[in-house]
Design a protein around this ligand. Structure first.
Ligand code: AMP
Ligand code: MG
Length: 487
């Protein structure tokens, strides 16, 4: 490898060293024809990586895990998980690797992880590979989420492997270089707990607390403090999803992080019309992960997390269950508070407006939006215009116009602030039809639409000329229930 990358990058092996029971040392498949497709230069700079070094010489070999700094110990991580409610004791990185950790320019520890890097000892079915479309989907949607202010794993690069992968058709293969504050999941704890080794679970708790919640290292009951911190982080996270109309699509326990970052952009989608039953994934036949179910599912996943920690909560099982139940009960309250607070901001009302007024006002608006299948993203920006005295755009979105007009009158009494609304309501989100269009073009070798979409969604709150079509809902003929699935 080039001296440049080798001396510039220092990869630590904290996870591999401290939790060897959850890590299988492994190497990425060799992709001699690998070629960089997209590089996130902003993120590279955050990580202290020189974009020019990554583009040149052995940079791409570093990004595919073929040429690593001396001492690096890439590992496939072990984890279990409930998938659509059914427990799998051994999932793990079946097509992914943790290359190691870097300390970024702000001093934070960040995982460098590959997805689509070839089979591992955890591969069950599947080829260990990924197609370029889904990797670019994660690249653009995760970075859009970050720009929207939602905690998320990040995307450093997508590299074409030069291989063909076979799905319904033959497709160009690619891998994603993912960056995360860690890849610890609820499923990591399920995997550790299933060994019956309390010392291992304790070490995992210590690792998670040190990494994500170091202020809790002094807590009297460290495992319980960790659980409460994850619960709070997830309550905030899912409230943000709901306020943006984001449907994750595959909220299995192995796809719920301990950090509170959104992870695994597979069959995710954004609502076009407000509908709690909206589910986009073809594999989610029971609509378990429909938009409106997400808070309840997060609570369900947290209950599975609590189960892994019961022996660490208290030596007496009944006492442990009581502690878990109490901690879990706070999830609903925290979620509702975060959601109401966020919704109040979306409609431009100042903090401190009486909850007895805002509660029913918000509830009535949600019912009206649902009744008319209103596209929330367009609506909230138009509602700011209504606060500026131009209500026509917002009014045009409702079938029950009299109902909405009555609502507008009540709302205007509270003197909403349109500029505050525009600061929290995005103009540009990665709408499904735009993502599909960009990925189809990229799969055929044309990266221009993806670049344009990227420009729109990585600066989502600033309306700009030339990006009009990126602010529009899907055309009628796009179809309400297409599947945005794919691996
Ligand atoms: P996901 O639904 O993407 O979170 O993946 C769930 C599990 O399936 C993980 O253990 C993945 O590693 C594994 N998996 C998904 N796709 C593939 C693939 N193409 N080859 C091997 N394993 C895969
Ligand atoms: Mg996953």
């Amino acid at each position: 490898m080039s001296a440049g990358v080798q001396s510039a990058v220092s990869l630590e092996s904290r996870f591999a060293r401290e939790l060897p029971e959850l890590a299988v040392p492994w190497r990425a498949e060799d992709f001699p024809d690998a070629r960089l497709v997209v590089l996130n230069e902003h993120l590279a700079a955050e990580l202290g990586l020189d974009a020019e070094l990554l583009r040149a010489g052995d940079g791409v070999r570093f990004l595919t895990g073929a040429a690593l700094p001396p001492g690096a110990t890439p590992v496939a991580q072990g984890y279990a998980g409930h998938q659509f409610g059914a427990y799998s004791p051994r999932l793990g990185d079946g097509r992914a690797l943790l290359l190691g950790e870097v300390v970024d320019v702000a001093g934070r520890v960040r995982d460098i992880h590959l997805k689509g890097s070839g089979p591992t000892p955890f591969t069950r079915a599947g080829d260990g590979l990924a197609a370029i479309g889904p990797m670019l989907r994660e690249y653009v949607v995760s970075e859009a989420m970050h720009a929207l202010g939602v905690p998320t794993t990040r995307s450093l690069a997508v590299v074409a492997t030069g291989q063909t992968v076979y799905r319904e058709t033959a497709l160009p293969g690619a891998l994603l270089v993912r960056v995360a504050s860690s890849h610890l999941r609820v499923g990591s704890f399920q995997y550790a707990a299933a060994t019956g080794d309390a010392e291992l679970v304790g070490r995992l708790v210590d690792f998670a607390v040190a990494r994500h919640y170091p202020h809790l290292l002094e807590a009297e009951n460290r495992a319980l403090a960790l659980f409460e911190a994850v619960r709070s982080a997830q309550a905030q996270l899912v409230a943000q999803w709901m306020l943006l109309g984001f449907v994750h699509g595959v909220m299995n326990t192995d796809n719920m992080t301990i950090s509170g970052e959104t992870i695994d952009y597979g069959p995710c989608a954004f609502l076009d019309g407000f509908d709690p039953a909206a589910a986009y994934s073809s594999i989610d036949v029971g609509r378990r992960y429909a938009y409106g179910n997400q808070p309840a599912i997060a609570g369900w996943n947290l209950a599975r997390f609590a189960e892994t920690l019961l022996p660490a909560f208290h030596e007496n099982r009944d006492e442990a269950i009581a502690l878990a139940q109490e901690a879990l009960d706070a999830f609903g309250t925290q979620y509702s508070a975060a959601w109401s607070e966020g919704f109040r901001a979306k409609i431009g009302l100042r903090e401190g407006v009486d909850e007895a007024v805002t509660g029913p006002l918000i509830g009535d608006l949600v019912a009206l939006m649902q009744g008319s299948r209103v596209d929330g993203t367009s609506f909230f920006r138009r509602l700011a215009d209504a606060a500026r005295g131009v209500p026509e755009g917002a009014r045009g979105m409702f079938i029950d116009l009299a109902g909405f007009d009555a609502w507008l009158e009540r709302w205007k009494q509270l003197a909403p602030d349109p500029d505050a609304m525009d600061a929290v309501n995005p103009v540009y989100i990665p709408r499904n039809h735009l993502v599909e269009e960009a990925l189809a073009a990229a799969t055929d070798g044309d990266l221009a639409p993806l670049g344009r979409l990227w420009e729109a969604v990585t600066d989502p709150y600033t309306q700009r000329p030339g990006f009009e079509r990126y602010a529009e809902p899907a055309p009628e003929d796009f179809g309400a229930y297409r599947t945005f699935c794919g691996t």
